[in-house]
Design a protein around this ligand. Structure first.
Ligand code: GLN
Length: 498
């Protein structure tokens, strides 16, 4: 029974706990056992909070015993990306610089998870400060893709996605600045959503690029993702960019899955060359399925999308160089070279040189350059103009369609080490995911099947207008149920056993 508990969906787990068929403590223990058994190979977790998880689960069981009503995900375990603060639990952001830092407060997302009775198992691995597409830039070693341990799990949130695919947790939290929820979901055969910018509070999320960062839900099914979305979303006065409006009806949409009459935009600029053959094949098949379910495909053009990557890699480093200035060894984490004789400035320089990895240093240099006097208008200013054009592309396209579709990533999971020495090749993974971050619009990645040439998962991306996150779930649920019917099981059942 215990090993079967880790195969259940989040909604089935919550139902079993609320009916008293299993205790939340048994569920938590089954997942902790699974982590102990397989995480030596996968390395999804940087920190496992055994005691905290069991205590949170015991509190859910006590609440149930006292007759209190349980929320829809009470007692369900979750893996939290190590970029989100949690009181007293290490938060490293995958960096040596923050080694040993235990935040004195909960992020709003963390607080909402706790209030919902969700059991936080621990903190997941990530590229350092969320910069990367493979989780290889973690200072603590890479995460391995459960489908093939020699391959990347995507990034930056590879730990969260791998934890789902390895059945170490049925729910996870990711953050997405340029694709870090969606691309890991795509290459691990899981579901991930970047909500509308401002839909989920950024309070307690360690900032990479504040105008792009958005936390979101990750799970193995569309419905589980929607249930988690509903828990973490909604206005927060502690985040000045938080939207003060009702959360879109994501759970109802996931339960409905009715796409009849919906216009599905196929983005010309995201469906041409440059994709692996099996990725294109699965994408085209998904369009056919949605059409057979009553949706109407329309071709749309977003002429400025080809400039999105270049604009992103000026805006992101600019904001990151400013956000990361606070990590100087004076306030958080490690301090290096404080020998009693060095000046404060020398200690700061030594701390930053020792604490940051090469990718973080590269981006701080790029951003500092792009913002410097004489270059600001030519680089940062120009990139901001492109950003406006991309938002206009979305607005124009959404006059012709209700959602847009594309592959999530150009290829399936590549081999560990393959792109580590070639930053541009690494950046190109995000070609299809970045436009939604620049425009602040919501997007989902869900499994579309396996690529015939390598047997690895392919992700399909669905994009919707701002505050229409529910449309992602409506289309995602329709496609998921048609595909699962066709396969006869969840895609992850085809992953090799760990
Ligand atoms: N891969 C992208 C980058 O390296 C995305 C990062 C993210 O979304 N956090 O910037």
């Amino acid at each position: 029974m215990t090993s079967e508990l880790t195969r259940l969906s989040a909604s089935d787990t919550a139902a079993a706990v609320s009916r008293g068929e299993v205790s939340a403590v048994e569920v938590a223990q089954a997942h902790l056992d699974r982590i102990a058994a397989v995480d030596g190979q996968v390395h999804a977790f940087l920190h496992v909070d055994n005691q905290g998880a069991l205590a949170a689960a015991a509190a859910v069981d006590a609440a149930r015993a006292s007759g209190a009503g349980l929320g829809p995900l009470a007692g369900v375990p979750l893996a939290l990306k190590d970029v989100m603060t949690m009181t007293g639990v290490p938060t490293t952001c995958g960096s040596r610089l923050l080694e040993g830092w235990r935040p004195p407060y909960d992020a709003t997302v963390t607080a909402r998870l706790k209030a919902a009775g969700i059991v936080i198992l621990g903190k997941t691995n990530m590229d350092e400060f969320a910069m990367g597409s493979s989780t290889e830039h973690s200072a603590y070693g890479p995460t391995h893709n459960p489908w093939d341990l020699d391959r990347i799990p995507g990034g930056s949130g590879g730990g969260s996605a791998a934890a789902l695919a390895a059945f170490e947790a049925p729910l996870a939290i990711g953050t997405d600045t340029g694709g870090s929820i969606r691309q890991p979901a795509a290459v691990t055969g899981t579901v991930g959503v970047k909500p509308t910018y401002g839909g989920v509070s950024r309070y307690g999320l360690v900032a990479l690029a504040s105008s792009l960062d958005q936390a979101g839900p990750c799970a193995r099914t569309v419905l589980d993702t929607a249930l988690l979305h509903a828990v973490i979303a909604g206005h927060d006065p502690r985040d000045s960019t938080s939207i003060d409006a009702p959360v879109p009806p994501v759970v109802d949409a996931a339960l409905s899955g009715d796409v009849r009459g919906m216009r599905i935009g196929i983005v010309r600029e995201l469906s041409g060359d440059g994709y692996q053959a099996g990725v294109r094949q699965r994408f085209e098949e998904a369009v056919e399925i949605l059409t057979s379910l009553g949706a109407e495909p329309v071709e749309v053009s977003c002429p400025n999308f080809p400039s999105a990557l270049a604009a992103y890699y000026l805006i992101l480093p600019s904001e990151a160089s400013s956000n990361l200035a606070k990590f100087d060894g004076m306030r958080y984490g490690n301090r290096v070279g404080d020998d009693g004789e060095a000046s404060a400035e020398e200690v700061m320089a030594r701390t930053r040189a020792a604490g940051f990895g090469p990718e973080v240093i590269r981006r701080i240099m790029l951003g500092t350059y792009a913002l410097s006097a004489g270059y600001y208008d030519a680089y940062y200013g120009q990139a901001q103009k492109v950003r406006t054009l991309i938002a206009r592309d979305f607005a124009a396209a959404f006059e012709q369609c209700d959602v847009m579709l594309s592959p999530t990533a150009p290829t399936t999971a590549f081999l560990l080490g393959d792109k580590l020495d070639d930053p541009l090749a690494m950046y190109l993974n995000d070609i299809a995911t970045i436009p939604a971050n620049l425009a602040g619009t919501p997007a989902m990645s869900l499994p579309a099947g396996l690529a015939p040439e390598d047997g690895l998962p392919v992700g399909l991306q669905i994009m919707a207008p701002a505050m229409a996150d529910d449309r992602l779930y409506r289309v995602g649920a329709a496609l998921e149920s048609a595909l699962v019917d066709r396969w006869g099981h969840h895609l992850l059942e085809e992953a090799p056993a760990l």
